[in-house]
Design a binder for this molecule. Structure first.
Ligand SMILES: *Cc1c(COP(=O)(O)O)cnc(C)c1O
Length: 386
């Protein structure tokens, strides 16, 4: 493995794990689809490869690439973001343990913790992560094994201090996990702020083209890495070689895509903030956003996700059904712009819980199309909705 520590982000993104094929010189390493590898005598493996659940060259290449970008020693690629989270939680929790998580984490994470791990006697406590005093109090009271942080969060783009939260976790002997899906390692590297583990839905910005489902668990903690590696192998929710290859391909252009995503998002956020028909805009790039200063310190940009509030649920629903460049769909982070109605779509699973999202909120995943088309599309939908 080449040492990428002295290289810039994009050099690492393009070259880590991507050594040209030694046999043919192919600049892009070939996809290895084989489920099993020939042994030169019993147990005499080539490159350590035996059976694809345990290791696959294409998945390994992606894992090297993702670990390098997060500044970690280990990355594990899973069939989805939630499959990775599941393997991580099984690795660090035993029955009777407690997780403390933000009151606005990804709904699927909350559902996994509550409804799957709840059956194994794991308790989930939610707290307002931007309120450090509240977190300190909750952690002291519940003595969790895991502090689960998502920043920026969804859909209000709240920003919380990874450095402070990791300290609070460590004082209580808890593992600090950061879901870095929204920021990506291009904008935020949680391990450098003291987090123990980073998780990703690679389905989003890392894949970047809405054509792959995947997750990653990333860490420099050898003990956690050993456990997660064992769970990846023994429980088997691995990423397929083709999806790993697509994700690696996506990651090579991550920096240029995110640059454009956030340029476009800023233009739309400013336009919305200046429109009197819009009640409130949630984008950390706006100086009016409560997380703006912290985002400037902790991140190197503000990303491509934003939300806004209209006066009524009827207006919000009409808006999401009135765009034409923005496609009405769940998910985020692809090159194409998406519009989402959180309360009935992405956040439907947390209805009736403390994570419920009001029916007046609209979320945009701003793509990399021509900005004038995106701005015009949002204006047109506002005209139709109000
Ligand atoms: C989508 C998402 C997940 C879950 O990932 P899947 O790939 O859909 O399983 C987790 N966290 C965040 C922040 C997400 O946006």
């Amino acid at each position: 493995m080449a040492n990428h520590e002295n290289h810039g982000f994009s050099t690492t993104a393009i070259h880590a794990g991507q050594t040209p094929d030694p046999v043919t010189g192919a600049v892009v390493p070939p996809i290895v689809l084989a489920s099993t590898h020939m042994q030169d005598g019993v147990g005499n493996l080539r490159g350590g490869y035996e059976y694809a659940r345990g290791g696959n060259p294409t998945r390994d290449a992606l894992q090297v690439q993702v670990a390098a970008l997060e500044g970690a020693t280990h990355a594990f690629a899973f069939a989805s973001g939630l499959a990775g989270e599941d393997a991580l939680l099984r690795s660090v929790l035993v029955p009777g343990d407690t997780i403390v998580m933000g009151n606005d984490v990804y709904g699927g994470t909350h559902r996994l913790a509550r409804r799957i791990f709840g059956r194994w006697d794991v308790t989930v406590v939610t707290v307002e992560m931007t309120d450090l005093e509240a977190v300190r109090h909750t952690v002291a009271e519940h003595q969790p094994k895991v502090l689960w942080v998502e920043t920026p969060s969804n859909p209000f783009m709240k920003v919380s201090s990874i450095q402070d939260l990791a300290e609070i976790a460590h004082e209580a002997g808890a593992t600090a996990v950061v879901d870095n899906t929204f920021a990506t390692p291009y904008l935020q590297r949680p391990l450098e702020w003291g987090a123990d583990v980073v998780v990703h839905s690679m389905t989003k910005y890392l894949g970047g083209h809405s054509d792959v489902l995947g997750g990653a668990v990333v860490t420099s903690n050898a003990e956690i890495a050993e456990q997660v590696g064992f769970h990846q192998f023994a429980a088997g929710a691995v990423m397929s070689p083709f999806e790993a290859w697509l994700t690696t391909r996506g990651i090579k252009t991550l920096a240029v895509r995110v640059d454009r995503h956030q340029e476009n998002a800023m233009a739309i956020a400013e336009m919305l903030a200046g429109d009197p028909r819009v009640a409130e805009v949630f984008y950390p790039g706006l100086p009016s956003h409560p997380g703006h200063e912290l985002a400037k310190k902790q991140m190197s940009g503000f990303g491509g996700m934003l939300s806004f509030r209209l006066d009524t649920g009827v207006q919000a629903k009409k808006f999401v059904e009135s765009t034409s460049v923005f496609t009405l769909a769940e998910s985020l982070g692809g090159v194409e712009s998406l519009v989402n109605y959180p309360c009935e779509m992405t956040h439907a699973s947390v209805r009736g819980t403390e994570l419920e999202v009001p029916d007046t909120i609209v979320r945009l995943s701003v793509g990399i199309e021509s900005v004038e088309d995106l701005v015009a599309d949002v204006k047109k939908a506002l005209d139709s909705a109000i």
